[in-house]
Write a protein that binds this ligand. Sequence first.
Ligand code: SF4
Ligand code: SF4
Length: 121
Amino acid sequence: MPWIDKDICTGCGTCIEECPVDTIYIKDEAAEIDMENCIHCGLCHDACPENAVRHDSEKIPERVEANISKTKKFMMDCEKYLNDAQEKEKCLKRMIRYFKSEKLIAERTLEELESIKLQFD
Ligand code: SF4
Ligand code: SF4
């Protein structure tokens, strides 16, 4: 999924003109993508003169860190609201199960997409 590096974006508007579904807009003098409507065509990547439209893979460390922070917060909240220190560990186990199921969903989705791709090769 594309995202805009706001530190690099000059707000020139070139990507807005290129986007076929009008899902890029200017906010606080930089471009922003409404991902609800993005069709992942990649035109904004190619059009940006500043290389400010970045790839999702660059956010992997940031997203991992966010998942860990979120899990730690849930663990603390479980202990606090359920008033039981053991709830912390139970919460951690639930979050591990959750991320395992997310991994499985991603793996199965990739298998299906690879089989669709074979039809185009
Ligand atoms: S990938 Fe395509 S649809 Fe998505 S924001 Fe860029 S130009 Fe628009
Ligand atoms: S083309 Fe690049 S620099 Fe211009 S508004 Fe879009 S993201 Fe920003």
